[in-house]
Design a binder for this molecule. Structure first.
Ligand code: ASP
Length: 326
């Protein structure tokens, strides 16, 4: 039997509220031991160890806690007796954590995130099946070498591309235009596609000692958006991700501001407020080729990659290459 360690961080999967109700509950209140005890057959899948690393709503996640989590998983996956790790996490910021871990974990062993949209006290809570299937996936040979993954609603997603697309339904995630990596049928793993972007062992960030990350902020563009927000952000951020319209676009006032702040050393990434598609270099919106295009990353994932990139290099050409490769 394989040995899987569950690292619990809280979220709705550990949430409780009025018996039977699905809304108005407190996330991150139930201990992981109690959640595991409530799941039939889970101990038949793997030899389980559970670690309560945190127990909070995932909106309390921050960069220091990401580093603690990544260091803990790196320590666990180095152990010869550990075959895989499952992380329970709130769904609100799971996409960001999944990508951070995908870039920083130095292991080929499966690491699978999961959570729930309904608290443990709800009628038809979705957490138990999600956790059961995450343990099944983490114990499967087929899961090796895919980087960090996530399981929700019997669907397997990549840590790079998973995004929350619904804040109400239990089927709350997708993987943009890229479908999914596979399905779970009860305990059976069915993989269909592979992630071609660099992750885990091939990621330069997984070889770095993680310390404090450079400050990177996100600014949203909309009709009439005041470009002076960029001056404000530039006061205490080394990098700024712009969530632009269309393919990472903005008006002329924003372009002028970006050009002047970039001359002062601020690194800009152009991402998009549109959920599908790709941001690439653009001669009209970035004539001097100043900005790093976010490729298919969402704004919040582009921020994760920019923080790590700036911790690794100040060379803008190198950062552009990283954004194409990861
Ligand atoms: N607010 C919760 C959290 O992110 C939502 C969830 O887990 O579904 O922790």
């Amino acid at each position: 039997m394989k040995k899987i360690v569950i690292v619990a961080t809280g979220g709705t999967i550990a949430g409780s509220g009025k018996a039977g109700k699905t809304a108005n509950y407190h996330a991150g209140t139930i201990a992981i031991e109690n959640i595991v005890e409530s799941i039939p057959l889970i101990n038949d899948v793997a030899d389980l160890e559970a670690i309560q690393l945190f127990n909070f709503d995932s909106n309390e996640m921050n960069e220091e806690r990401w580093i603690i989590l990544a260091n803990k998983i790196n320590e666990l996956t180095k152990r010869d007796d550990v075959d895989g790790v499952v992380v329970t996490h709130g769904t609100d910021t799971l996409d960001e954590t999944a990508y951070f871990l995908n870039l920083t974990l130095h292991t080929y062993k499966p690491v699978v995130l999961t959570g729930a949209m309904r608290p443990a006290s709800a009628t038809s809570a979705d957490g138990p099946l999600n956790l059961y299937q995450a343990v099944c996936l983490a114990s499967s040979d087929e899961a090796i070498g895919h980087g960090v993954m996530a399981v929700f609603s019997s669907t397997i997603y990549s840590g790079r591309d998973i995004q929350k697309t619904n804040n109400f339904k239990t089927d709350a995630f997708d993987q943009k235009d890229f479908g999914c990596l596979g399905y779970m049928n009860d305990d059976k793993v069915m993989m269909f596609s592979r992630m071609f972007k660099k992750h885990t062992l091939l990621s330069v960030f997984s070889k770095m000692t993680l310390a404090k990350l450079p400050a990177v902020g996100i600014v949203y563009y909309y009709v009439g958006a005041d470009a002076r927000i960029l001056d404000f952000m530039a006061q205490n951020h080394r990098g700024i991700v712009i969530i632009g319209s269309g393919r990472g676009n903005y008006n002329k006032a924003w372009l002028e501001k970006i050009e002047s702040l970039s001359a002062k050393g601020i690194v800009f990434v152009r991402a998009s407020r549109v959920q599908q598609g790709i941001v690439i270099e653009d001669e009209y919106f970035d004539p001097d080729n100043i900005c790093v295009p976010a490729n298919t990353l969402s704004g919040q994932k582009a921020r994760v990659l920019l923080m790590l990139s700036l911790a690794y290099t100040n060379d803008i050409k190198e950062i552009k290459k990283i954004f194409n490769e990861y």
